[in-house]
Write a protein that binds this ligand. Sequence first.
Ligand code: HEM
Length: 150
Amino acid sequence: MPITLAVHFLSFGLVATSVIGGDVVDGAIRGALRRGAAQEAGAIAGMMLRLALCAQIGAGLMLLTGVGLLAESHWARWGQGWLTVKLILFGVLILNGPLVARPASVALRAALQAGKVDATPPPLRRLALFHVVQTTGLIAIVALAVLKPF
Ligand code: HEM
């Protein structure tokens, strides 16, 4: 149990790092575009792929260790309101990756390679919104897990 919870926390570190890192990378791309350096922005955008991998590994470990924690407590938590909402939020954050971030990131890199970009291209705005949703969702999940309000 302590080891499963420890790995659950470490995996959270991976997820949080990639969510915050994604936001930082967004900011760096924005800065490069403001200076008109589309090529530099393209190079920075490549970092998104590494961060996405980091997020996927972290999310997979969260799921594995989460199920482990449930099994170790003989599913006593199963059906509790906080856990149900936490799992729904977790599902939304997972789907947000392939449905929103991936197409936006592909479109952004294509626009950068074609050199037809303004200071805030639409895919970059979608990525910024994606990061706001991921950060808010992550904070809500941690608050639910720690406070268990219902
Ligand atoms: C991004 C995803 C997740 C985050 C940020 C997260 C965060 C946390 C945190 C901070 C705790 C510690 C609560 C405490 O000790 O007070 C915790 C515990 C726990 N989590 Fe997660 N979790 C996530 C995903 C999951 C998933 C997918 C599951 C189930 C499949 C899960 C099941 C559990 C369980 C059963 C506990 C132990 C609750 C207890 O008995 O006190 N978590 N989680």
